[in-house]
Write a protein that binds this ligand. Structure first.
Ligand code: B12
Ligand code: SF4
Length: 484
């Protein structure tokens, strides 16, 4: 492979979701595409290389560096002249990312293309049709070692753990990279945000831990990051928080579960309280934290107002079907407690698991309407690398591998108790009803949350019109009607 120098031009790219997964296509229509968060992975990887002495490292995210969310001529020119193109992707953005890799290779045949992230990690063979090297799993240490190896006259990629590449047309997978220890995670340089990102981003992100002790069937986190829950040091997290609070209006903690180790988390929250006074924090959390009064107090005092809870279902059979470790009664009780303490509860639900019938979906809708402040209703998605994917594949229930539909909004598997078309339509009806202005008003009538609830419903109501009427969804509905 081409020999790199520390002065070589290195470009990281993370592309947004587009309709039909086309490179520089029309933006996808969904909540995620409407909010402006920084890229998931590339700021930290860019920071690692900069700290390692690479002098010409740039990040390109068309949402910030492009024009109207698309790569500009300037972006393309930078990408094509780069000595190495480093792409991060999830499944729904894989098609346009592969298209970019192909285009780069045609313009710059000597250049090196490396891909990483949750999708390349689990679809190595597909990705190696388009890129030279796939980095599997955690990237911070692998990218350092790999780039260093690429500066050598005689390179031996087999010595680098956690990568896959082709040799004489055959895929070589090196040993899995060991998960980073909490100490290693706390020694990684803080993510690098350039001036353009700092100016344009709306809310910021910070990660305090990795891994999850649970192992739900539909989620790839445990295979990516292990069941060992690893927390970064309090000093590391609070230092980063102080920096990002200067940039974004909200601080979103991206941990899958900020409180998997409750005592440690209380310690972190107390530290955050000392160094940040902003009441603008959002965290993802499981129901377990609701039963720890001290933790709830600490969350409140540290300025966490919004909690995103992966409820998934309030139907026991469906919870079992997804391998969730909680049962419905416990979930309902936890949500009641969270709300009694004044948290805004954003529930993430999966509608259409095998335990769901038309009746249970009606019950779920009623419960959601009365008990959540905001909601996301996902269809069951078989994410590559999960047990759920393997099961759906074995049962022949995957309807399409048009990966751009793997966003949890489009029905892509055959449900057990209704047609896919019915489920797709039902989910949209549920959204519309939940976010009707009337329900927004009734949900928090008389409470301190009422203003926010109305505002949120107004916004969601407005956005929903676009989410539910776009060429990609129209085509998908037509497809679902055709499969019966
Ligand atoms: C926070 C989060 C979000 C935030 C994103 C905020 C942001 N911009 O940072 C929000 C809420 C918006 C979101 C939305 C969605 N998310 Co999300 N999200 C996460 C979560 C919990 C953390 C992501 C994160 O910040 N990780 C920290 C970074 C540093 O880790 P990383 O991205 O994995 O990158 C590391 C390695 O993968 C590797 N790497 C990554 N890229 C590259 C590139 C190169 C070149 C190299 C060398 C290495 C490398 O190195 C990095 C450092 O170790 C993950 C689960 C998880 N724990 O990762 C799910 C996850 C990424 N989300 C997922 C999904 C499916 C979605 C949604 C489709 C919604 C849904 N149905 O769940 C949407 C899609 C949004 C979109 N972009 O279109 C899946 C993706 C699976 C897949 N194969 O597609 C994940 C893995 C969770 C899961 N269910 O399994 N998400
Ligand atoms: S869905 Fe949430 S609780 Fe379950 S394994 Fe994934 S991150 Fe953990």
């Amino acid at each position: 492979m081409k020999k790199l120098e520390k002065q070589s031009a290195i470009t990281f790219v993370e592309l947004p979701a587009t309709q039909f997964g086309v490179l520089n296509g029309e933006p996808a229509c969904d909540f995620y595409s409407a909010i402006k968060l920084p890229s998931r992975a590339i700021p930290v990887l860019a920071a690692v290389l900069k700290a390692d002495g690479w002098t010409d490292v740039e990040e390109v995210n068309p949402l910030y560096h492009g024009i109207k969310g698309k790569l500009s001529a300037r972006n393309f020119s930078r990408i094509f002249k780069s000595d190495a193109l480093l792409i991060s992707s999830i499944t729904r953005t894989s098609l346009q990312s592969m298209e970019l890799a192909d285009l780069y290779r045609s313009k710059n045949p000597d250049g090196i293309v490396i891909a990483g992230g949750p999708d390349p990690t689990f679809r190595v063979a597909d990705w190696l049709e388009h890129v030279d090297i796939v980095v599997r799993g955690e990237g911070e240490i692998t990218i350092r070692e790999l780039m260093e190896e690429l500066t050598k006259e005689r390179q031996d990629l087999r010595t680098i753990d956690g990568i896959s590449f082709k040799e004489n047309g055959v895929i070589v997978e090196t040993k899995d990279r060991k998960l980073m220890t909490p100490e290693q995670l706390s020694a990684v340089p803080h993510p690098y945000y350039d001036d353009v990102i700092k100016k344009k981003v709306a809310s910021m992100v910070v990660e305090s831990s990795r891994g999850c002790p649970n192992n739900c069937d539909f989620c790839s986190v445990t295979r990516l990051y292990g069941r060992a829950y690893r927390q970064k040091s309090k000093e590391y997290v609070t230092t980063e928080l102080e920096e990002i609070e200067k940039i974004g209006s909200y601080s979103f903690f991206t941990d899958d579960n900020i409180a998997a180790n409750q005592n440690e988390t209380i310690g972190l929250l107390n530290e955050i309280r000392k160094r940040s006074t902003k009441k603008n924090k959002i965290a993802q959390i499981t129901i377990a934290a609701a039963f720890n009064e001290n933790l709830l107090k600490a969350l409140k005092r540290a300025g966490f107002l919004y909690l995103c809870v992966g409820i998934e279902s309030i139907v026991d059979k469906t919870l079992e079907f997804f391998g969730k470790p909680y049962r419905a009664d416990r979930i309902k009780e936890a949500i009641r407690i969270y709300r009694k303490h004044g948290f805004w509860i954003h529930g993430m639900m999966i509608i259409g698991g095998d335990g769901d019938t038309k009746e249970t979906i009606e019950e779920t809708q009623e419960w959601i309407g009365k008990n959540l402040d905001s909601v996301q209703l996902f269809t069951p998605i078989p994410i590559p690398g999960t047990r759920f994917y393997d099961r759906m594949e074995q049962e022949g229930r995957i309807l399409t591998k048009n990966w751009y539909l793997y966003d949890g909004q489009h029905v892509v598997i055959r449900p057990k108790n209704f047609t896919p078309y019915w489920l797709q339509k039902k989910i949209y009806r549920m959204y519309k009803e939940f976010y009707s202005l009337k329900n927004g008003f009734l949900r928090n009538f008389g409470s301190r949350k009422m203003g926010r609830s109305m505002l949120f419903s107004f916004y969601a109501n407005f956005m929903a019109k676009e989410f539910f009427k776009n060429p990609q969804l129209d085509a998908h509905l037509e497809f679902l009607r055709s499969v019966g």
